[in-house]
Design a protein around this ligand. Structure first.
Ligand SMILES: [Zn+2]
Ligand SMILES: [Zn+2]
Length: 267
């Protein structure tokens, strides 16, 4: 059955149970309400936790609309390319990735003296050019967006903790996934994706972290670990090197603005 006939059936069964008469569950009204709120992510989080029905509407429609409003260029890139670029984990996971820094706990290859809690971000810049620095040469045709590192100062170590996140387009068909599978890399025990809950590969364990990744972040080589989940979300941590004022001319960190997407929450 096609998805549109599925949708029709769903709408019909909603009408039968009287749901379509209830304003708050009328999808058109919901979209208009959220449009007037400029798709505020906090309000949508609260609305989606009110009832299962609202949660279902959010999952099917509202998270997608929010992502399109907040990150139009990035969403269009991530979903272009036909069925091969199916968005792993859905739009609710993408929305969380756009707005939420997942914090950091010690992992097999990266130790912190105390965990850094996750938190919402007011603004994050994602870059496709940055993403390239995280791909091995043979996986260079993959498309990956990576955020600038969120800086978490630590009291007891000289360097700051940098926490970053990202997302692949069409991860199922990507060269990176192909590489992980062909190398027989196992999924990492005890690490789940903070965005969709799925299991992850450690790119550090898989030896798939190019030197350019640490350079890009402004981290020491070897002081970086990141994970990619089976749905193509990436999250990781590094120790950021404090730059003196005359070190700021690193061309590698400069971007072509066309490849960027700054995601803001709120007006
Ligand atoms: Zn953070
Ligand atoms: Zn995930």
């Amino acid at each position: 059955m096609s998805s549109s006939s599925n949708q029709r059936r769903r709408v019909n069964s909603d009408s039968l149970s009287g749901l379509s008469e209830s304003g708050i569950l009328n999808e058109r009204i919901l979209v208009l309400v959220f449009e007037s709120l400029k798709w505020d992510v906090h309000v949508l989080c609260q609305a989606a936790s009110v009832s299962r029905k609202l949660q279902a509407v959010a999952k099917r429609l509202l998270w997608k609309e929010l992502c399109l409003y907040r990150a139009p260029r990035m969403v269009s890139e991530l979903t272009s390319g036909g069925p091969a670029s199916r968005l792993g984990g859905g739009f609710s996971a993408l929305a969380k990735l756009l707005f939420y820094c997942c914090g950091c706990e010690s992992t097999r290859h990266f130790e912190v003296s105390q965990p850094a809690p996750g938190h919402f971000m007011k603004s994050t810049r994602f870059s496709k050019t940055s993403g390239r620095s995280f791909l091995m040469k043979k996986c260079g045709s993959d498309l990956l967006y990576v955020s600038d590192p969120c800086e978490h100062p630590t009291g007891n170590k000289e360097d700051d903790l940098g926490i970053f996140r990202g997302v692949f387009r069409g991860f199922m068909k990507s060269k990176t996934r192909d590489c992980l599978i062909r190398r027989g890399v196992g999924l990492e025990d005890g690490v789940n994706c903070p965005y969709c809950g799925a299991r992850c590969w450690s790119m550090t364990a898989a030896r798939l972290v190019p030197k350019s990744a640490a350079r890009r972040l402004g981290a020491n080589e070897g002081e970086i670990e990141y994970f990619v989940c089976v749905n193509g979300h990436m999250h990781g941590s590094c120790w950021l090197v404090r730059l003196s004022s005359d070190d700021g001319s690193d061309d590698d960190r400069r971007d072509d603005g066309d490849f960027d997407q700054t995601v803001n929450n709120g007006s």
